[in-house]
Design a protein around this ligand. Structure first.
Ligand SMILES: [Zn+2]
Length: 115
């Protein structure tokens, strides 16, 4: 059991030079630990801020890529024409190739990973 009776606390006028040296050494140890912890928190926060900025940049790029893919998909829209009610075609690919390109066209299959 610890407490005043088992470990009496000395009065100021009872402190020896050795006891004071020990107290100062402990104080220095705790101060160094405090500064070290503060530095680690500062570095951690800096890294977190950089990661957040990087994450925001990646999010922005991903949104840009998604918008580009949506524009490509809109360009390669599916359609049927009156003379053929059974087959779907790509409006854009048909227009630029002058032929009949079934839907989904090679561009959409490439986007879907099925080309
Ligand atoms: Zn197409």
């Amino acid at each position: 059991m610890t407490g005043p009776s088992s470990n009496p606390r000395p009065h100021v006028d009872q402190l020896t030079d050795d006891m004071l040296d020990q107290l100062y050494a402990e104080r220095d140890t705790y101060r160094d630990a405090w500064h070290s912890a503060k530095d680690r928190v500062r570095k951690h926060n800096t890294r977190a801020e950089l990661a957040e900025a990087d994450r925001d940049g990646w999010r922005e790029r991903a949104q840009g890529y998604q918008a580009a893919i949506a524009r490509v998909r809109a360009l390669h829209e599916q359609y049927r024409f009156g003379g053929d009610e059974t087959t779907d075609y790509c409006a854009h690919c048909n227009q630029i190739s002058g032929g009949w390109v079934p839907y989904p066209c090679p561009t959409l299959r490439a986007l879907d990973g099925t080309a």
